[in-house]
Design a binder for this molecule. Structure first.
Ligand code: GRG
Length: 298
């Protein structure tokens, strides 16, 4: 394992992801220039890049080539950026601030924001299909299928539909969990599963264990997001704080209170770390990243 500290590693992956995304997106001068400029505005120069970090950390478990991980990381980050652009639109969460700057529909217009999301989603699938991310073409097709499932109506879009239908309702913990396993969790889980599959094959038990880790990290990411929405300020988050309560949305905090929500996130973190311990040193970055996600301040 490299001697770099976790924060050096994180900075390195964030930097290489920025440059890989810059390369992967169409130039802002290419016609239709306004759409391409807005796509770049949505993706570049912001965000924690948690999903690319997860892809790279997971890839270390199977010795995956960094270039393959970049490709998967870019595809997933483009899908994530698309979801943020659409989520911020007036027909959904109606927000004006994202990653510390005006949201895409504010900076451009609604129609452009819609097209940015559409184009980023298709660009993501083109990007992951354009070059080998596995030695086995059948596995590559399976990976693309998994990403499609995580993104669509049985994944992130489905979770978003449940979220929109839940405003003003009192959900049970199980219902809240179901929503977030899909809305936020599916793409986070896919980040780990796809990152792992860029390298050597693992057996079914190992894959199942890492899939469980992905599910747990997806949920704890959302619990922390709910806590930060109540505790952090808008400047720190780079997005409007306090939106969940203002929109009467059910959250882990509204259901459990901050103290229990924080405890639950720590319990889930420990569950993930216990599973990762079985993979020894190769899981170091994923374990560190899990702790970072729980303790993050933004
Ligand atoms: C519009 C199809 C569609 C889906 C939207 C993920 C999502 C579904 C909406 C985002 C709204 C939201 C605030 C969800 C909570 C968790 C989350 C995904 C937060 C944003 O992700 P971060 O913190 O953002 O990784 P950065 O900007 O750091 O990339």
């Amino acid at each position: 394992m490299t001697a770099a500290t976790f924060s050096q590693w994180m900075g390195d992956i964030q930097q290489r992801t920025e440059s890989a995304l810059d390369q992967a997106l169409p130039d802002a001068e290419i016609v239709p220039a306004r759409l391409h400029e807005a796509m770049r505005y949505a993706v570049l120069g912001g965000g924690k890049r948690v999903r690319p970090l997860l892809v790279h950390a997971a890839g270390q478990l199977t010795g995956a080539a960094p270039e393959r991980l970049d490709r998967v990381a870019c595809a997933i980050e483009m899908i994530h950026a698309y979801s943020l652009v659409h989520d911020d639109m007036p027909c959904m969460d109606d927000d004006v601030l994202r990653r510390g700057k005006p949201t895409v529909h504010v900076q451009y217009d609604d129609a452009t924001a819609l097209l940015v999301g559409d184009a980023l989603q298709t660009q993501a699938f083109q990007h992951i299909a354009d070059a080998a991310v596995s030695d086995d073409p059948q596995r590559q097709i399976a990976m693309i299928r998994q990403l499609a499932q995580a993104t669509g109506s049985r994944g992130m879009c489905g979770g978003q539909a449940i979220d929109l239908a839940s405003v003003g309702l009192q959900l049970s913990l199980a219902e809240l969990e179901f929503m977030h396993i899909h809305k936020t969790g599916a793409l986070i889980r896919a980040s780990i599963n796809l990152g792992v599959q860029c390298g050597r094959l693992l057996d079914d038990d190992e894959m199942a264990s890492l899939d469980h880790v992905g599910k747990v990290i997806g949920l704890l990411f959302q619990i922390v997001d709910d806590i930060l929405d109540t505790e952090a300020d808008t400047a720190t988050l780079g997005k409007t704080a306090g939106k969940d309560a203002a929109n009467d949305k059910p959250t882990y905090v509204s259901l459990l209170g901050v103290t229990r929500a924080r405890e639950l996130a720590e319990e889930m973190c420990q569950d993930a770390l216990d599973r990762l311990a079985a993979f020894g040193e190769s899981s170091q970055r994923l374990a560190e990243l899990t702790r970072f996600i729980v303790r993050r301040q933004f």
